[in-house]
Ligand binder design. Structure first.
Ligand code: ZN
Length: 217
């Protein structure tokens, strides 16, 4: 085992576990997470750190480019769907966050087309549903620099996954009666800031006001 992994485990047992020891013991036979976090597998996206969450707070699903399969997909990704189903129907989460992020490799790969993915058979297949979004990006931001296109792609991808979630009756019923809310986020890794999609303004906006703005308020 790599020394670094062992050191991490030691630190968890000596410090983190000790800090939450009572909570861990309470959680041994139960969990009541309030949120389902659907994020990218990217190593820089760490949901518990991002939300400063305690053990048991959030149920996490991660895959390349924080995807949710459409109900109309030819092949169901039951790994993701069963996780969503369990979190909503059994754990009764109150919120589902779909969180994209800056410099997402999955979105970038989809945006660059099939180049570079020729040897990644499964990835190529997996990213196919994003092709429509790439066309949308090209149509809306053809003259923009690549960085802007990538950002737009990451945002559209989050909105697309929210749309997919709403295709399922068990989710829609809970949104309709107020038991569940959906959130679309984009996490900027370099700055640590998060923007959420505002349905009224139809754009992503910072969740936490910057220090500068806070002083003005
Ligand atoms: Zn990613």
């Amino acid at each position: 085992m790599r020394e670094r992994i062992k050191r991490g485990l030691e630190s968890f047992q000596r410090h983190t576990y000790k800090e939450f020891e009572t909570l861990y013991q309470e959680l041994e036979t139960q969990q009541h997470p309030h949120t389902l976090f659907i994020g990218c597998s990217d190593s820089r996206v760490s949901p518990e750190r991002l939300l400063n969450a305690a053990p048991g707070d959030i149920f996490v699903l991660r895959n390349i480019a924080n995807s949710v399969p459409s109900i109309h997909a030819d092949v169901y990704d039951t790994t993701t769907l069963s996780g969503i189903e369990y979190a909503v129907l059994v754990l009764n989460v109150k919120t589902i966050i779909v969180c994209g992020h800056s410099n997402c490799g999955g979105c970038a790969a989809a945006l660059s087309g099939k180049q570079g993915l020729s040897e990644l058979h499964y990835t190529q297949h997996y990213l196919q549903p994003l092709e429509g979004l790439c066309e949308e990006v090209e149509a809306c931001a053809a003259d923009e620099p690549y960085k802007e296109k990538a950002k737009l792609m990451e945002e559209l991808n989050v909105l697309e996954q929210l749309k997919h979630l709403k295709e399922y009756d068990f989710i829609n019923e809970r949104i309709a009666d107020g038991r569940l809310e959906l959130e679309g986020w984009r996490y900027d890794i370099g700055s640590g800031k998060v923007e959420r999609y505002d349905n009224t303004d139809e754009q992503f906006q910072p969740i936490i006001a910057s220090e500068k703005n806070r002083k003005v308020q």
